[in-house]
Design a protein around this ligand. Structure first.
Ligand SMILES: C[S@@+](CC[C@H](N)C(=O)[O-])C[C@H]1O[C@@H](n2cnc3c(N)ncnc32)[C@H](O)[C@@H]1O
Length: 352
């Protein structure tokens, strides 16, 4: 079972700060991945081997509340149906079972309410952390997961340890911190990827596919230049302002760190190769989309701030208003106009 302190789902419901209403940026990339998934299924999925096994099982890990997850899943199903048709197989006899996974605290009620009323699949919600086993052995044919694996299983211990050279005093994140802090975050990402891949290796059938979409820092680029990290740097500076004003204590700021890490495509590739249970069939970096001038952080970080900083609603309003103001005043986009997103297609190896 997952520890509640390491689980911070996106804002639920359909209100102004909900993930449902603040996830169109991710949707752009999910749409762009449609063609990549079609190619992946056409080239790498041995549907004839699976069509006799009853239902075709798909999981979207870290699905949040929708609607993005429905588009992601529909991309997979369409691609499988097209593959069947191209082989002269009757896709209508193929049954699809889709599992929507996220932390137990995710707003599954909204997810279920928003499910497309007409759909080609049986839907089920599956609560729990993907940094652990979620499914029985060898049952999944296709796994997708978008914009999820930058969420670590937790903050690296060293950055919260006053006696460690990696103690991250006065900061909440690594991009502008000392090298020990950056190394601790990078090591946590590598460890988490290993746990994720080992769990999925048990669950995905031999020859099964996994399509992962990551927000990534470009290979070789300093962490501090990645656009998302620049934006989080502004967010950090708003917390520093609150400490200066006495709204929050210095100790509370020192204890708070974001459990997120934006890897480079190379780090992702190395993690997969080290693990050895999947092979990289395709890796595409999408870099030509202009990011939002003011990312809707509130939909993603409100739960974390409420729980770990004990922010009340009024403080949240004050904090996120100041984040918006800082983004409006800053020129971060002038220096880093591109968002980098990496699509990785993995195939379960026969070997181990
Ligand atoms: C930015 S949202 C992405 C949602 C959706 N996949 C999309 O592309 O719009 C990240 C989601 O990953 C979920 N998540 C993060 N860590 C997770 C974990 N260890 N296990 C399951 N879900 C997790 C969060 O709760 C959140 O709903």
């Amino acid at each position: 079972m997952e520890g509640p302190s390491n689980a911070f789902p996106m804002n639920g419901g359909e209100g102004p700060h909900s993930y449902t209403r603040n996830s169109s940026a991710q949707r752009i990339f999910i749409d762009r991945a449609r063609k990549l998934i079609q190619e992946a299924v056409a080239e790498h999925l041995d549907i004839e081997a699976f069509s006799s096994s009853g239902a075709f099982l798909v999981a979207d890990l870290g699905c949040s509340v929708g609607p993005n997850t429905f588009y992601a899943v529909s991309n997979v199903l369409q691609a499988v149906e097209q593959k069947c048709q191209s082989l002269g197989l009757d896709s209508q006899i193929l049954e699809f079972q889709v599992f929507f996974n996220d932390h137990a605290g995710n707003d599954f009620n909204t997810l279920f309410r928003l499910l497309p009323p007409v759909r080609r699949y049986h839907a089920a919600g599956l609560p729990g952390s993907f940094y652990g086993r979620l499914f029985p052995k060898s049952c999944l044919h296709f796994v997708c997961s978008s914009f999820t694996l930058h969420w670590l299983s937790g903050v690296p211990k060293e950055v919260q340890d006053k006696s460690s050279p990696a103690w991250n005093k006065g900061r909440i994140f690594y991009p502008n911190a000392n090298k020990e802090v950056i190394e601790a975050y990078a090591a946590q990402f590598a460890k988490d990827m290993e746990v994720f891949l080992c769990a999925r290796a048990q669950e995905v059938v031999l020859g099964g596919l996994m399509a992962l979409t990551f927000g990534t820092r470009r290979d070789g680029a300093p962490h501090s230049q990645f656009i998302t990290n620049r934006s989080l740097d502004l967010l950090e500076s708003c917390l520093v302002d609150m400490v200066k004003k006495g709204t929050i204590s210095e100790e509370r700021m020192d204890e708070f760190n974001l459990p997120m890490y934006y890897a480079s495509p190379q780090e992702v590739k190395e993690a997969v190769e080290r693990n050895g249970r999947f092979s990289v069939k395709k890796m595409v970096e999408i870099v030509d989309i202009h990011p939002s001038a003011n990312p809707p952080w509130r939909a993603g970080l409100e739960g974390l701030l409420k729980e770990q900083m004990q922010f009340e609603d009024e403080m949240l309003d004050e904090f996120f208003d100041s984040v918006t103001r800082k983004h409006e005043e800053s020129s971060i986009l002038e220096f880093a106009p591109e968002a980098s997103v990496t699509f990785v297609l993995l195939k379960r190896n026969a070997a181990n």
